[in-house]
Design a protein around this ligand. Structure first.
Ligand SMILES: Nc1ncnc2c1ncn2[C@@H]1O[C@H](COP(=O)(O)OP(=O)(O)OP(=O)(O)O)[C@@H](O)[C@H]1O
Ligand SMILES: [Mg+2]
Length: 167
């Protein structure tokens, strides 16, 4: 079973891309936000930023268990893991790590629409400016494919690249 993880700063279009890719490849998507809620994996809640605080190692361990379960019960050809923490999965298990990117202006507009606080928008823009997800995924030796969603996602041109890059 192929494992594709989609990482990137919030607002870069991971979920949008995951859904399009899921349709094109007929792989299910593991919605990590929902998974964290279901499994009660949040250690605490950041009141200032209005988000759950999750330990990456614990999440990665639980995700691997869940992936094994999906494989045993549904034996799909592949699975898509949608999360800005998905690159913490061991690179040896992941066939492709897609990093979604977007211009700072576009991310800022997308997050404003979500009514995120100024602090949360600033944090996320900084993370994107420093390429945090990309740098972390690279350091963890993932098989990387970067895609920019600033001007939208063209799944027909992206799909051959994804197929070609998959281990
Ligand atoms: N390619 C795109 N073209 C236009 N709008 C997009 C595109 N991708 C995403 N958006 C819009 O940007 C917003 C954020 O996208 P999305 O929810 O996919 O990001 P995300 O990376 O999954 O964020 P999070 O990490 O918070 O889950 C959404 O409102 C979505 O409609
Ligand atoms: Mg999302």
């Amino acid at each position: 079973m192929k494992i594709i993880c989609i990482t990137g700063t919030p607002g870069t279009g991971k979920t949008t891309l995951a859904l399009k890719l899921s349709k094109a490849l007929t792989f299910p998507v593991l919605d990590v936000k929902e998974f964290i809620k279901q499994k009660k994996l949040a250690e605490s809640y950041d009141q200032k930023r209005k988000c759950a605080v999750v330990d990456e190692k614990l999440l990665s361990k639980e995700l691997l268990k869940e992936i094994t379960k999906v494989k045993k019960e549904h034996y799909p050809e592949g699975i898509i893991i949608d999360s800005h923490l998905s690159h913490y999965l061991p690179s040896s298990k992941v066939d492709l790590c897609i990093v979604a990117k977007a211009s700072l202006k576009v991310i800022s507009n997308r997050l404003k629409k979500r009514k995120y606080s100024k602090l949360k928008i600033k944090d996320n823009l900084e993370a994107e400016a420093f390429d945090t997800c990309y740098e972390e995924a690279k350091a963890l030796k993932h098989n990387l494919l970067v895609t920019d969603t600033t001007k939208g996602i063209k799944i027909t041109s992206l799909l051959p690249k994804i197929r070609g890059a998959m281990r």
